[in-house]
Design a protein around this ligand. Structure first.
Ligand SMILES: [Zn+2]
Length: 116
């Protein structure tokens, strides 16, 4: 399961942050993930819950927020959010359809943490 390894990475990051701040317990963590990162939030929740059992992270609330795919046009450098089809992403400024660079949408990162 893809989400298991994502949750493991997430937990490692949280653990590092917590020890840096001498935190004893995680109350809430908020993550942001891109719409083409392949993350299914429900599955990530399940994996997170399973992996944090009997740890200081147990019972923490996991919030997930999706950010849309954003690309930068290869011709005019316009940054835009492609609509509908991901194979043909028509630039909203100049109409170029292919070869854009992905700016946002593949990543996952911790947005916020609440600890005590
Ligand atoms: Zn363009």
């Amino acid at each position: 399961m893809h989400e298991m390894s994502i949750a493991q990475n997430l937990i490692r990051i949280i653990d590092q942050e917590m020890s840096r701040h001498n935190a004893k317990k995680l109350l809430r963590v908020s993550i942001t993930y891109g719409s083409i990162s392949g993350i299914v939030p429900e599955m990530l929740q399940t994996a997170f819950k399973a992996l944090t059992e009997d740890t200081p992270l147990q019972g923490a609330e996991l919030e997930t927020r999706e950010v849309p795919l954003k690309v930068r046009c290869r011709s005019c450098s316009e940054v835009f959010i492609p609509q509908d089809d991901l194979l043909i992403m028509t630039c909203t400024s100049c109409g170029t359809e292919f070869g854009h660079e992905i700016v946002e949408g593949k990543e996952m990162y911790v947005q916020e943490m609440e600890v005590e």
